[in-house]
Design a protein around this ligand. Structure first.
Ligand code: KG4
Ligand code: ZN
Length: 508
C-alpha cells in the first residue's frame, strides 16, 4: 500500500469527516474541520493512497509555547498498518525541530491509542475526570518532551554508570548493582521467611514494615559489595508491580528518591519481566525466541519471549500457583514454611510411584495449569492414613505429589515450546529451584533439540539482579519525569505502569 502524506485541502473534507465519524462517538463536524483549514497555527495532514483516496489524517495546533495533538484518525479498513504512526511521526519530528513539547488528551480506556502514543515518547501527565461528555469517560493527558520522554532502552550506550536495582514486591528485600552491559556486580537479598513463618503466610502489613526497616541496609550492602558509591550510579531501577502494594511502595520510593537526588534516570520494572530476564542473566547466549515457564508462589505462566521486551502469555494457572501447591502440600505434610524446598528435599528420598495423584488438565491441549485437584487428593489421602502411616510414608507421599506437579509443568512447557517452534525452553521463578523440575525440563527439552536454560537458584527466587537485567531491556525515564510513576498491585504482562495498557509497542 503506497501511502503519501500531504497537507489537507478543502477537497479532502468529505473523506476526512467520514473517517472521523467512523472513529469517534462525538465526531468533529465539517465546520470544525473547515475552520482548521484557515487557522494559522493549525497542522493539518492527510494520508492518501493512490486510487483509494484519503485513509487517515492528523490535526494539530502549533501554539507558541507547546504543540497540541487535536485529532488523529485512520479509516477502519486501513488500521494497524502504520498509517497513524507515520502521520504522528511527521508531526513529532516537526515539533522536535521547533523545540516544542507536545500535549494531547486520549480516552483513558483506549488502550491501543495510549500504547501508540507511549511508543512515540508520550508519558501520562494526569487525568481529566469525565472529560468526554458523551460517555463521561476520563481523559488521560499525555505529554511528550522534545525528543521523546522515554526511550526503549538500548541503555548500555546511555547509562553513564552502574545501575542500582531494587526489588520489594513480596517478602524479599533485595538490591543489586549491574554494569550498563548487564554484568552483576552485587546482588543482596534479605528474606523475610523467618518473620512470616509464625503466621503461615506473608502478612502484607508486616512485610511492608520489614521492607522499610531493611531496605536502606540492603541497598548499602549491595553498593558496598559492588565497591560503588551513590555518586557513581548511572541509573536506578525498581519493581513497580505486580505484588503487594505496601511492599512495592517501599522499593519504588527508595529508588525514586535516590534517582531524584542524583538526577539519575529511573527504570520501572514489571516483576514478571524480572523473572523472565533471569534467563538471559544466567545464559547470555540463549537464543530467542524462547518459551519460559514462570512458576513462583504467586504466578504460574507460560510466556513466549521474542526479545528482551516482547512477551506473549501462552497459558497460566486456572487456580493455585505451582508454588502455592507446593507450600500447601508442605503444610498438610507438616513441613516447614514456606515449604516448597522442604517438600522437595523430603521427596528426594521417596518413591514417586508409591501413590498416584491427578495431573491437572493433563489431557487438555491448552497450555494452562490447574493444581487444586492434586492438593485436594493429598488432603484426602492423608486423612485416610493413620498417624503412623503418615510418618512412615511421608517421603513417598511427597515424592508422588511433587511428581504430579512437575509432570504438569514440564509437559505443558515442552508442548508449548514445540508448538511455538522456539529455540529455547527455560524455567524461572521460585519453583524453578525444585530439583525434579530442574532435571526433567533439561531431559525433556534436550530430547526434542531445544536449548534449555535453568538459572542458578539465586536467580530463580525473588532477587534484584533479575530486576536490573529486565530494566536494561525496558523503558528508561529521564530525570525528573518519573515522579508520578507509582507502584501498582496488578500489572499485566507487558505493562510497567497502569497508565500504559499495552506493551511498549512497535508502531501499529
Ligand atoms: O519467586 P519466589 O521467590 O516468590 C514469588 O514471587 O512468589 O517463589 C517462592 C515460591 C514459594 O512458593 C516456594 O515454596 C517455592 O517458590 N519454592 C520451591 C522450591 N524452592 C522454593 N518449590 C518447590 N521446590 C523448591 N525446591
Ligand atoms: Zn517472584
Amino acid at each position: 500500500m503506497e501511502v503519501v502524506t500531504r497537507e489537507m485541502g478543502a477537497d479532502d473534507l468529505p473523506a476526512v469527516v467520514a473517517i472521523e465519524s467512523a472513529s469517534f462517538e462525538d465526531p468533529w463536524t465539517l465546520e470544525m474541520f473547515s475552520d482548521e483549514l484557515v487557522q494559522a497555527l493549525s497542522w493539518r495532514a492527510v494520508s492518501v493512497v493512490s486510487g483509494v483516496g484519503v485513509v487517515g489524517f492528523l490535526i494539530g495546533r502549533r501554539y507558541p509555547d507547546m504543540w497540541h495533538l487535536m485529532d488523529l484518525a485512520v479509516a477502519p479498513d486501513r488500521r494497524h498498518r502504520g498509517v497513524g504512526g507515520r502521520l504522528l511521526a511527521d508531526f513529532l519530528r516537526a515539533a522536535d525541530v521547533a523545540g516544542r513539547r507536545v500535549m494531547l488528551e486520549v480516552r483513558r480506556g483506549n488502550a491501543r491509542s495510549v500504547a501508540l502514543y507511549e511508543a512515540h515518547g508520550f508519558a501520562p501527565l494526569g487525568v481529566r475526570r469525565g472529560y468526554y461528555t458523551d460517555t463521561g469517560e476520563d481523559a488521560l493527558v499525555m505529554a511528550r518532551e522534545v525528543g521523546g520522554r522515554w526511550r526503549n532502552a538500548d541503555t548500555s550506550s546511555r547509562l553513564l554508570g552502574p545501575l542500582l536495582a531494587i526489588e520489594s514486591s513480596c517478602d524479599d528485600s533485595a538490591a543489586a548493582v549491574l554494569t550498563p552491559q548487564g554484568e552483576v556486580l552485587a546482588s543482596v537479598t534479605h528474606s523475610q521467611d523467618a518473620i512470616h513463618e509464625r503466621y503461615g503466610g506473608v502478612v502484607p502489613e508486616v512485610a511492608s514494615r520489614a521492607h522499610v526497616e531493611r531496605m536502606t541496609a540492603v541497598v548499602s550492602e549491595a553498593l558496598r559489595q559492588a565497591r560503588c558509591g551513590v555518586d557513581d550510579l548511572g541509573g536506578v531501577a525498581a519493581t513497580v508491580g505486580p505484588g503487594l502494594i505496601g511492599a512495592l511502595l517501599v522499593g519504588v520510593q527508595t529508588a525514586k528518591a535516590i534517582a531524584w537526588v542524583r538526577h539519575l534516570p529511573f527504570f520501572p520494572v514489571n516483576h514478571i519481566h524480572g523473572h523472565l530476564a533471569a534467563v538471559w542473566l544466567a545464559d547470555r547466549r540463549a537464543p530467542f525466541p524462547m518459551v519460559t515457564l514462570v512458576a513462583s508462589g504467586g504466578h504460574t505462566a507460560l510466556i513466549r519471549v521474542d526479545d528482551g521486551g516482547t512477551f506473549r502469555l501462552l497459558g497460566q494457572t486456572l487456580d493455585d500457583a505451582a508454588g502455592e501447591a507446593f507450600d500447601k502440600g508442605a503444610r498438610l505434610l507438616g513441613l516447614g514454611y514456606p515449604g516448597g524446598k522442604e517438600l522437595d528435599d523430603l521427596a528426594e528420598r521417596g518413591d514417586a510411584s508409591a501413590f498416584s495423584f491427578p495431573v491437572g488438565l493433563k489431557r487438555s491441549a491448552r497450555p494452562d495449569f490447574s493444581f487444586s485437584g492434586v492438593k485436594t487428593a493429598l488432603f484426602y489421602l492423608l486423612r485416610e492414613m493413620t498417624a503412623k502411616e503418615r510418618a512412615e510414608r511421608a517421603a513417598d507421599v511427597a515424592a508422588s505429589y511433587r511428581q504430579a506437579i512437575v509432570d504438569a509443568l514440564v509437559s505443558k512447557a515442552a508442548g508449548a515450546a514445540e508448538r511455538e517452534g522456539v529455540e529455547t525452553l527455560a524455567v524461572a521463578g521460585g519453583v524453578a529451584a525444585n530439583s525434579l523440575l530442574r532435571r526433567r525440563i533439561v531431559e525433556v527439552g534436550q530430547a526434542v533439540g531445544l536449548h534449555v536454560v535453568v538459572p542458578p537458584f539465586a536467580y530463580c527466587t525473588d532477587n534484584a539482579a533479575m530486576i536490573g537485567a529486565a530494566a536494561l531491556g525496558g523503558p528508561m525515564l529521564e530525570y525528573p519525569h518519573y515522579l508520578a510513576v507509582d507502584a501498582s498491585a496488578s500489572l499485566s504482562l507487558g505493562q510497567w505502569s497502569v497508565s500504559q495498557p499495552g506493551r511498549i509497542a512497535p508502531q501499529p
